[in-house]
Write a protein that binds this ligand. Structure first.
Ligand SMILES: [Ca+2]
Length: 128
């Protein structure tokens, strides 16, 4: 765990680095896929929101993040199957991170990073 300053541009550049981002997204998908059936349920996705709210984005309450995931889940469950497949997950995660990048904007914010989070990868990439 470490404390880093991060701005929206660092996040945006990482998300737009398709090779790095797709590698992270596929690893994260496998971790979230608790049932190992190759798709994510709404409940499997919700576990992630607790992690994000407690470590990386303390300004957002769990309720706010829950509502965000409700909206995004229905938006990105493109085929209406009630589950998110890897391709849908990547689109979902990308949209969330770009939204967070816009929220952070040009003013660096201080955040606590943990091991394998996407923002940690973004900071490592930016620091070379
Ligand atoms: Ca689906």
């Amino acid at each position: 765990m470490s404390v880093e300053f991060i701005d929206g541009q660092i996040v945006t550049e990482f998300v737009n680095d398709l090779q790095a981002f797709e590698k992270w997204a596929s690893e994260e998908f496998r971790k979230l896929d608790a049932h190992g059936n190759g798709v994510l349920s709404r409940d499997e996705l919700q576990r992630r929101s607790g992690k994000l709210s407690s470590t990386e984005f303390e300004l957002q309450s769990p309720d706010e993040i829950g509502r965000l995931y409700d909206v995004l889940f229905s938006k990105f469950d493109a085929d209406g199957s009630g589950t998110i497949d890897p391709q849908e997950f990547m689109a979902l995660t990308r949209e969330i991170m770009l939204a967070k990048a816009r929220g952070i904007g040009d003013s660096p914010v201080c955040i606590i990073l943990q091991g394998d989070s996407l923002l940690m990868r973004a900071v490592q990439l930016a620091n070379g």
